[in-house]
Design a binder for this molecule. Structure first.
Ligand SMILES: O=c1ccn([C@@H]2O[C@H](COP(=O)(O)OP(=O)(O)O[C@H]3O[C@H](CO)[C@@H](O)[C@H](O)[C@H]3O)[C@@H](O)[C@H]2O)c(=O)[nH]1
Ligand SMILES: O=P(O)(O)OC[C@H]1O[C@](O)(CO)[C@@H](O)[C@@H]1O
Length: 708
């Protein structure tokens, strides 16, 4: 029985052929890396099946390939496209509100198949978030590769003088960093491309642990990227045609840059440097391959801004006849472009503010084109192994110009670099080597990987419940509900024990909850989710679900939480001991504040504590294990009951209840809800009721009781 692998790559345009790399900000190196890795894994004898999950996109602006729910890559690899978020193609930063839906959908899909993957490999922050939830709920090992990290991107953009609010608005950078922290907290293995990434970039994350890292450099397809080509005559002709409209002298050695047209790639700095140097302008053409475009005004904002700067700089330095930035190219022309530049003694330039790895550098090297590149992670490692060019500080334009002028001034050095590059890449950077190491590392780790906690297969079944369950929060709903008697009557009339069950959510202990609930004279609930989602009790039982306990206490350190938050006593006051619990540290805010939750979250992360804060009603602050919450407890229960989340009805009314509404549950928000929930109006399966008693209104709206 071979390995079954699940890869998650949620954004950009990915398909089994003709990748549209550079088309937009979200389709670039990672897209190529993931496809090459999946193909390489699928070709291995140890592997039985590889599934690559991505987003189903139905948009006439992109190829219909991306609306194909299942696409074969090879005999044992396929792309599965699942719907989440808008049908049309949207940039990755807009997907955050829909990732919980996808996590629920993947869990339900795996449950139905009843054949779990040996591990999940999540690529980038968005997939890392989804992978963490699926891994936690099904007890599956998680591998994470960031490809590019939010903290590093934030740091570099701030250093380049960009305003923090602008970065937050444009890139939702705090959601991305939260997701990366969650992925790191849940991953059993981190695969990075370079040591620097793990030592300097991942190390900035509170939940990073260096013992879970394997460094496996990516590869390059040597069948496509190589120095000379038999039909080089045709290549020459084709590329001369591509560049002729731009360049006065086609044979000048070019400075070549190939990248997505995004801010981080820092292309304008290259043009500025070229524009300020008469030597560079005499010696070289400048060629920019920045994705494909019809009309730069139709591009997304970030790309439009980059092209705007390009056009302005060309004009400012009057570079007409020396610079080429073709609108279109085909993926298969890329190797020819590197060769075309190498045949003219050119240089490949990567001016990026930060470059986690840089697949273009491998491609250039494989085609015999030396590099002048930003002195960062990947480029440093490639340079140390291949010695095929220069590293420069691209934020110092003088140094950048000197580097380019030096690199282009010495033919014998150029030849040495060119040969070193071809030889070094084939020796150190092949996908076969990558895949071989990948499998070896994972199998070695899987051996020592005691299932981090229960898995569905090994827990005894509890009595399956009826078709549907209604969850509401004891502390919120029942106090506010004006028509308990109608609800009581409704539930009784629907022969509760056959069809509808009740589930209680509360921050209280089971004892306090039972006492409080008795006043309502409502039918007995099937389940109690107590102590803010850290304890689960069934019906009359007074012993909590030990599998849930086992599942959430991974890395829980109650004392550590109290210690780390002790000096926030000016803002937080510990609640009395009868409100405390083994897996819950409860505080009261001394005064309402939006800043306290992120501050507590940051403190817990920086101390590497697997704990997260939940604020309710603007002033109850509960710190619980990372894996525990009311929403997670509900999902645990549906997995044990084999109940689809669509059959779960939750009532959310207070600040802090948003977590109950995310994902595939059906939610009702009564009219007297806290304004913080208004942000959920756009969410599917959420009903805002204006009726006096929203619960009944919601039950009618969703026809939740069969005979209502
Ligand atoms: O117009 C274009 C622009 C780019 N590319 C290709 O797109 C890829 C770009 O990859 P890379 O140079 O690695 O940059 P990113 O797109 O930024 O990739 C991210 O993900 C990669 C894989 O993890 C890492 O190597 C990078 O550092 C990281 O920034 C390369 O194959 C290019 O040939 C094109 O084919 N046409
Ligand atoms: O520029 P960012 O936000 O760090 O994201 C890098 C982007 O480049 C990619 O390689 C494109 O495939 C992905 O990693 C991601 O969409």
């Amino acid at each position: 029985m071979g390995l079954r692998l699940l890869h998650l790559n949620l954004h950009g345009l990915i398909r089994s052929h003709d990748l549209e790399l550079g088309r937009d900000s979200d389709t670039g190196g990672q897209t190529l890396y993931v496809l090459e890795l999946v193909k390489g894994l699928a070709a291995r004898p140890e592997v039985e099946k590889v599934e690559l999950i991505t987003r189903l996109i139905n948009d006439r602006k992109v190829s219909s390939d991306y609306s194909n729910p299942v696409e074969k890559i090879s005999s044992c690899a396929e792309i599965i496209r699942l719907p989440f978020g808008p049908k049309r193609y949207v940039r990755k930063e807009l997907l955050w509100p829909y990732l919980d839906d996808l996590a629920d959908r993947i869990v339900e899909r795996l449950q139905k198949e009843n054949k779990f993957p040996d591990w999940i490999h999540a690529h980038y922050a968005d997939a890392g978030y989804v992978g963490a939830l699926v891994s936690r709920r099904l007890g599956l090992p998680l591998v994470f590769t960031g490809h590019s990290l939010g903290r590093e991107k934030l740091r570099r953009l701030l250093a380049a003088g960009i305003d923090h609010d602008h970065i937050e608005q444009t890139y939702s950078i705090s959601k991305r960093i939260d997701a990366e922290e969650l992925a790191l907290a849940h991953s059993n293995l981190l695969i990075t491309s370079t040591k620097q990434e793990s030592d300097e970039q991942y190390a900035r994350y509170g939940r990073f642990s260096s013992k879970n890292v394997e460094i496996i450099p990516p590869g390059v397809d040597l069948n496509r990227f190589h120095p000379v080509d038999i039909n080089s005559k045709d290549e020459e002709k084709e590329l001369n045609k591509l560049f002729k409209p731009f360049l006065r002298d086609l044979n000048l050695p070019p400075l070549l840059a190939i990248s997505r047209a995004v801010r981080r790639k820092n292309i304008p700095a290259l043009i500025e440097t070229y524009g300020r140097s008469s030597i560079l302008q005499q010696r070289h053409n400048l060629i920019l391959i920045l994705g494909c475009r019809e009309d730069s005004r139709q591009l997304e904002k970030q790309q439009r801004e980059v092209f705007q700067q390009v056009f302005e700089l060309v004009d400012k330095y009057n570079l007409y006849g020396k610079i080429a930035f073709p609108k279109q190219h085909k993926r298969e022309q890329i190797p020819s472009i590197y060769r075309w530049a190498a045949n003219r003694g050119g240089l490949f330039v990567n001016p990026a503010l930060t470059e986690p790895f840089g697949l273009t550098l491998l491609e250039a090297a494989a085609c015999g084109l030396p590099m002048v590149t930003t002195d960062d992670g990947g480029p440093r490692e490639i340079h140390s192994r291949c010695e095929n060019g220069l590293l420069v500080d691209v934020t110092d334009l003088e140094a950048f110009r000197d580097g380019l002028e030096t690199a282009g001034s010495n033919l014998s050095l150029w030849k040495t670099w060119s040969n070193n590059g071809v030889e070094g890449v084939s020796r150190h950077f092949s996908w076969d080597a990558h895949v071989c190491n990948y499998i070896a590392f994972m199998q070695k780790r899987l051996k020592f990987l005691a299932p981090r906690h229960w898995t569905l297969g090994n827990i005894k079944e509890i009595t399956p419940i009826g078709q549907k369950i209604l969850f509401f929060d004891l502390d919120n709903y029942l106090e506010q509900s004006k028509s308990l008697s109608i609800l009581r009557n409704k539930l009784e009339n629907n022969s509760l024990n056959q069809d509808i069950q009740l589930g209680i959510l509360t921050g209280r202990s089971i004892k306090a909850a039972r006492y409080r609930y008795a006043e309502t004279q409502l039918p007995k609930p099937s389940v109690w989710v107590c102590q803010a989602g850290t304890e689960i009790y069934y019906s009359e039982e007074n012993k909590s679900d030990i599998f849930w306990q086992d599942s959430i206490t991974v890395d829980w350190n109650r004392k550590g939480v109290e210690k780390v938050l002790f000096d926030l006593k000016d803002y937080l006051e510990l609640q009395p001991s009868d409100h405390q619990a083994p897996y819950k540290v409860s505080y009261l805010l001394k005064e309402p504040s939006h800043a306290i939750l992120p501050l507590v979250r940051k403190r817990l992360r920086q101390s590497g504590l697997a704990a997260s804060p939940h604020l309710k009603c603007h002033w109850y602050l509960d710190v619980v294990p990372l894996r525990a919450s009311r929403a997670e407890a509900i999902r645990y229960l549906t997995l044990r009951w084999g109940l689809s989340l669509e059959k779960v009805f939750v009532v959310a009314s207070q600040q802090g209840d948003a977590e109950l509404v995310r994902g595939l549950t059906t939610a009702l928000i009564p009219f007297d809800h806290d304004s913080s929930l208004d942000a959920l109006r756009s969410q599917q399966r959420v009903f805002f009721s204006d009726a006096q008693d929203g619960v009944l209104d919601g039950i009618k709206h969703f026809r939740f009781f069969k005979s209502h």
